[in-house]
Design a protein around this ligand. Structure first.
Ligand SMILES: [Fe+2]
Ligand SMILES: [Fe+2]
Length: 395
């Protein structure tokens, strides 16, 4: 290819790069778009974008291994990327394995064999290091000085978008943390395994929402609003909430009011998530046939988010061990729920429950596994939230 054609091709790729990254606001999508484009533009086999976690002094990146996304963390100073982040200077190696700065962790995790490496710092508006752009294994030969210049341009273009997406992510996470904490407060008195129940039922709710065709963002909102379904319980007196025996009819009437209290606590919120939570709180005990409470709403009159959450909530209660009962197995629980389709539950949501069984089981197993490792709070809501939980909930 002639010099001029080559230049034109690169300019076109740069313009496309700019358009693509400007259109994406979510950090995880943004990072994978950047990695894909940079790889193409530099004719490299791989591109990894590491972000700096200032709190822990580590670099992290999402890597696909064995079909699953994993978060790889690298202490500052370790590996080529760690060196670049620490010193702020670029590294260009013809053969990574021959350099003492190279760390084998990523290759070990992914089964990849690195040869040539080019890594440059990703700097934010004030020259602060935000992370590292690393490209691996150039298709032909080693990375040139021209490649390095090009990678610097790409990093400069991407920096402000990454910075914004990171801020947005942080804001969202602190919002979620508050919601989670509120939910924990509400269930703290009467359930010892509260955190586990909330995590699991909210994951189930998201799966059911996706399966009901609600779209990714809405399903995610439902997941984050769902833990607040019983927030109104804080207003129920101990004598009723903690009563060991059966409730009297009057006590039961008072207990039912947790739905109303919840919606009052969340009413007229400015936040979209909290408005959704209000709608779930008030209607999660309504029944499809109209025999539920507090208003006896029927069928489609019950908001879809509440129809979904009531299935997720009961499903989790059934498959969990409680003081008064052992854990049911998944099939038993599903059988019970389908026997109550049209009565307690929206039959379409129950259908989704059955068709998404594998996903539900996976989510359940993942949560249980994390719990067994003593990491209940670190369970992944999504990859960035895992960090958030580590930072904020455990300490
Ligand atoms: Fe409830
Ligand atoms: Fe619940």
């Amino acid at each position: 290819m002639g010099r001029r054609q080559d230049l034109e091709k690169r300019q076109a790729l740069l313009a496309q790069f700019g358009r693509l990254i400007a259109a994406e606001k979510r950090l995880d999508n943004l990072l994978s778009i950047i990695a894909g484009e940079v790889r193409k533009i530099l004719s490299a086999d791989r591109c990894t974008v590491y972000l700096l976690d200032n709190y822990k002094g580590e670099l992290w990146t999402k890597v696909a291994s064995g079909g699953e996304d994993q978060i790889l963390r690298l202490p500052l100073g370790r590996g080529v990327a760690g060196f670049v982040a620490k010193t702020g200077s670029a590294v260009n190696l013809r053969d990574g394995y021959r350099d003492s700065r190279f760390s084998y962790e990523l290759d070990e995790l992914t089964g990849y064999k690195t040869k040539s490496v080019l890594a440059i710092p990703l700097k934010g508006a004030e020259g602060r290091v935000l992370g590292v752009f690393e490209v691996l294994n150039k298709t032909k030969g080693a990375f040139t000085e021209e490649d390095e210049g090009l990678l610097r341009i790409l990093a400069t273009m991407a920096a402000s978008f990454i910075e914004n997406a990171t801020l947005y992510d942080e804001l969202r996470r602190s919002h979620l943390e508050t919601i989670y904490r509120m939910a924990l407060v509400a269930e703290f008195r009467d359930q010892k395994d509260t955190a586990r129940h909330l995590r699991r039922m909210s994951r189930f709710a998201e799966i059911l929402a996706r399966g009901s065709g609600l779209g990714r963002d809405r399903a995610e909102d439902i997941r984050y609003a769902a833990p607040l379904h019983d927030v109104g319980k804080v207003a129920i007196p101990d004598s009723i909430l903690l009563k060991p025996g059966a409730l009297t009819p009057q006590e039961y009437e008072e207990m039912k009011k947790h739905t109303i209290y919840g919606s009052q606590m969340l009413a007229n919120a400015e936040s979209r998530l909290l408005r959704l939570a209000a709608s779930i709180a008030v209607a999660h005990h309504e029944r499809y046939d109209g025999t539920g409470y507090p208003y006896g709403l029927k069928g489609e009159k019950i908001p879809i988010e509440a129809r979904i959450v009531s299935v997720a909530d009961v499903f989790d209660a059934l498959v969990s061990k409680r003081v008064y009962k052992g854990a049911w197995d998944i099939d038993e629980a599903m059988k019970y729920l389908s026997s109550q389709a049209d009565k307690l539950f929206d039959p379409r949501v129950v259908d989704v429950l059955e068709s998404r069984k594998n996903e539900l089981v996976e989510a359940l197993e993942e949560e249980n596994r994390l719990l067994a490792q003593g990491e209940a709070f670190e369970a992944r809501i999504h990859e960035t939230e895992a960090q958030f939980l580590k930072h904020h909930l455990k300490t």
